[in-house]
Write a protein that binds this ligand. Structure first.
Ligand code: AP5
Ligand code: MG
Ligand code: ZN
Length: 215
């Protein structure tokens, strides 16, 4: 049983580490950002609403996100744990998540706070490429695919996310500092926060995460 949250600024490596964590611990990866992008791709009403905020680097309204996340957590595959990536992102979302879990006799075991310096975040996000088909994340310099423009995992086409331009990234980082950083204190108080240095390279970061979660 492992119920865990990946916290950290845009570009900290949440999605990159999530892919490795779910493979090792066999729990579902729940990224609210991925759910929204899937909805945008499929042209749903939810996708249309979310896109207005995402393109500006603003947060999607709390109530909408909470509804999406808690509905997902009710699915059968979450019975033995889950990895939340990018949710919660405000203290209000965290409180709602706690009361939802409590109602179901559950609680969060570990919160992993991945930290990386601001300047590095900008470099990572403007150089990021993601697979159009499976969502795998690469970086033109740091973590290049074996073949340029092609996903190692599935052979899909690599593209840039709409919100990975310098202007939107700058706003996403500001929004993170104002609205999400208070969660560090929230979970510190709850006693289940672990700090992870996100700037040490992909495999080192993962090794630290495994140390924190246990084999
Ligand atoms: P979301 O999709 O969650 O984006 P984000 O939080 O901005 O985070 P990213 O996905 O950009 O970064 P990441 O930490 O996953 O980094 P990655 O591993 O890809 O949210 C998008 C939007 O949706 C939000 O702006 C908001 O509008 C909305 N939203 C989502 N959830 C919401 C919520 N709960 N409430 C309200 N709104 C919500 O890595 C980044 C780059 O770095 C890659 O190129 C990667 O290859 C590289 N890299 C990774 N690790 C390393 C390393 N160790 N060394 C060097 N390079 C590395
Ligand atoms: Mg991500
Ligand atoms: Zn792929």
């Amino acid at each position: 049983m492992l119920r865990t949250i990946l916290l950290g600024p845009p570009g900290a490596g949440k999605g990159t580490q999530a892919a490795k964590i779910v493979e090792k611990y066999h729990i579902p990866h729940i990224s609210t950002g991925d759910i929204f992008r899937e909805n945008i791709k499929n042209g749903t009403e939810l996708g249309k609403k979310a896109k207005e905020y995402m393109d500006k680097g603003e947060l999607v309204p709390d109530d909408l996100v909470i509804e999406i996340a808690t509905t997902r957590l009710l699915a059968d595959d979450c019975k033995n744990g889950f990895l939340l990536d990018g949710f919660p992102r405000t203290v209000y979302q965290a409180e709602k998540l706690d009361s939802f879990l409590e109602k179901h006799g559950a609680k969060i075991d570990k919160v992993l706070d991945i930290s990386v310096e601001k300047e590095e975040l900008m470099t990572r996000l403007t150089g990021r490429r993601v697979c159009k088909a499976c969502g795998a994340s690469y970086h033109v310099v740091n973590i290049p695919p074996k073949k340029e423009g092609i996903c190692d995992v599935c052979g899909g086409q690599l593209i840039q996310r709409d919100d990975d331009n310098a202007e939107t990234v700058a706003n996403r980082i500001e929004v993170y500092e104002a609205q999400t950083m208070p969660l560090i204190e929230y979970y510190e108080k709850a006693g289940n926060l672990v700090h992870i240095d996100g700037a040490t390279g992909l495999e080192n970061v993962f090794a630290d995460i495994v140390k924190a979660l246990g084999e």
